[in-house]
Design a protein around this ligand. Structure first.
Ligand code: TYD
Ligand code: MG
Length: 452
């Protein structure tokens, strides 16, 4: 037996340190360093019986053979769209999300619907629990095998026997490998087990789907390098009090990350929502003045937010300006621009601005929606809830371009909006959008069309 070896790992970035420290010197996070036991560093391998593999050799780019039929369609349109056309053979996809959001349900439904042999490995639930869930979603597939196991060496033994076309692991945090001694869920176990699974996927061209837990900041638990190691990172999100779930791609080596999929969690499983405007129509009142929808970016992900403004005549001497979720200085600037460049007399008015949902937004792309909400309240004219805005407002009253406009347009289109107002200086690469685009250069132009 080898001597027990321990090392210190940062739970945030996965960096290894020689001794314990309060702050990680790599990512500067505090209190993230944990001691972990590593007994014997065995070579990462997924097959015990393998002898020396042929080593790869350098090839000229035109010598590399492309396999034309390299994607496996999952028969789940939303997932296939997000993946860019199905599971790529030999790819590893990581699905993250809050507990109880429906990750296991989604992957079990896919395992039961896909017309291929699937091995669904669960370290979280018993076979009968999974059977109950399968009965609930009312799908059956004799090609889907369920295994409850957490040891990767055992899993690989079963894989050699079963030879599945697709492998599902629920979840990466429950797995452990014999190669190291650290406990399941620790940074080193996650790193080793996923390295073994990635090696397996690449060597056998089998697509692997991994479920990953997230930590309290909303990131996938474990080392950040896990997200670098896998090919696709998907995020399943939604409000637990609502039934809608959104599947987004945060990283995709084989497709765009601009796509998203929408599901509804019903009592018999997840339903694909192909017409997302049904979500919006139910909760919008068409005749309210003072609200406008903005398209903003959360990191790399587009998000629709509602902006509410209330403009009223000031009853006290000094007009009040107050904001929730928006920079007050920026509101002052926008009011000055409206007064000076567009001739709206707001100097003697109280202006209240609120971003609904309690979020704070710094993205300047919501400026135009702020202007729209203020003018809508001031004129007491409602803006259709099917219009959304994404543009910055400059000091000269010009409408300025914003980043990632195509991603924002795709999201708006997918969410069922009919009109998208943006700057005419924005380069929109794709011309095949079905949403109506209003491209404007000045505030007046935008509102001539909107309030006409
Ligand atoms: P689950 O897939 O276990 O979540 P995760 O794996 O992300 O932790 O989903 C559990 C929730 O989904 C649970 O609260 C019950 C609900 N649910 C339904 O509403 N309908 C269903 O058909 C199923 C299977 C689950
Ligand atoms: Mg689960």
């Amino acid at each position: 037996m080898a001597k027990i070896k321990t090392s210190f790992f940062c739970q945030n970035c996965g960096a290894q340190h020689a001794k314990w420290m309060g702050q990680c010197t790599t990512c500067n996070e505090w209190n993230t360093i944990v001691e972990e036991v590593i007994q014997k560093e065995e070579k990462r391998t997924w097959k015990q019986s393998t002898t020396a593999k042929p080593v790869s050799r350098p090839l000229k780019i035109d010598e590399i053979q492309l396999n034309p039929e390299e994607r496996i369609a999952t028969k789940n349109t939303e997932l296939d769209t997000v993946l860019g056309g199905g599971l790529v053979k030999g790819s590893v996809t990581l699905l993250g999300g809050e507990p109880g959001i429906g990750k296991s349900t989604l992957l079990l439904q896919i395992a039961l619907n896909i017309p291929h042999k699937v091995l669904y490995v669960s370290g979280e639930e018993s076979q009968s629990q999974i059977k109950m869930r399968a009965d609930r979603v009312q799908t059956n597939n004799s090609n889907c095998l369920i295994l409850t196991e957490t040891n990767t060496q055992q899993i690989f033994k079963h894989i050699e026997e079963v030879a599945p076309d697709v492998l599902v692991i629920d979840s990466i945090q429950t797995l452990h490998t014999n190669a190291i001694e650290a406990s399941p869920g620790s940074v080193s176990q996650i790193r080793e087990t996923s390295a073994e699974l990635i090696k397996f996927a690449k060597e056998t061209a089998t697509p692997v789907l991994l479920i990953g837990h997230i930590n309290k900041e909303g990131h996938i638990a474990g080392p950040k390098i896990l997200e670098h190691m896998v090919d696709v990172v998907l995020q399943f999100e939604g409000d637990r009090n609502h039934t809608y779930r959104i599947l987004r791609s945060q990283k995709n080596r084989f497709g765009s990350t601009a796509e998203l999929g929408i599901y509804e969690m019903l009592s018999d499983g997840l339903r694909e929502v192909s017409n997302p405007s049904e979500i919006l129509i139910s909760k919008k009142d068409a005749d309210l003045s003072g609200t406008a929808i903005a398209s903003t970016l959360e990191g790399v992900r587009p998000l629709m937010i509602e902006i509410q403004a209330l403009v009223s005549t000031a009853v006290y001497g000094t007009p009040q300006r107050s904001t929730t979720g928006y920079n007050l200085k920026r509101l002052h600037m926008i009011l000055a621009v409206l007064e000076k460049r567009a001739g709206f007399k707001l100097g003697a008015k109280d202006v209240f601005l609120n971003i609904t949902g309690g979020i704070h937004v710094d993205d300047p792309a919501i400026d135009l929606a702020v202007v729209a909400a203020i003018l809508s309240s001031n004129q007491d004219l409602a803006i259709s809830p099917q219009v959304c805005f994404a543009a910055e407002v400059g000091l000269a009253g010009e409408i300025r371009p914003v980043s990632k406009i195509d991603q924002r347009i795709i999201e708006a289109e997918k969410l069922g909006y009919k009109t998208f107002v943006a700057s005419k200086y924005n380069k929109i690469s794709s011309t095949k959008h079905s949403i109506r685009l209003i491209l404007v250069g000045k505030i007046e132009e935008a509102f001539a069309t909107l309030f006409a």
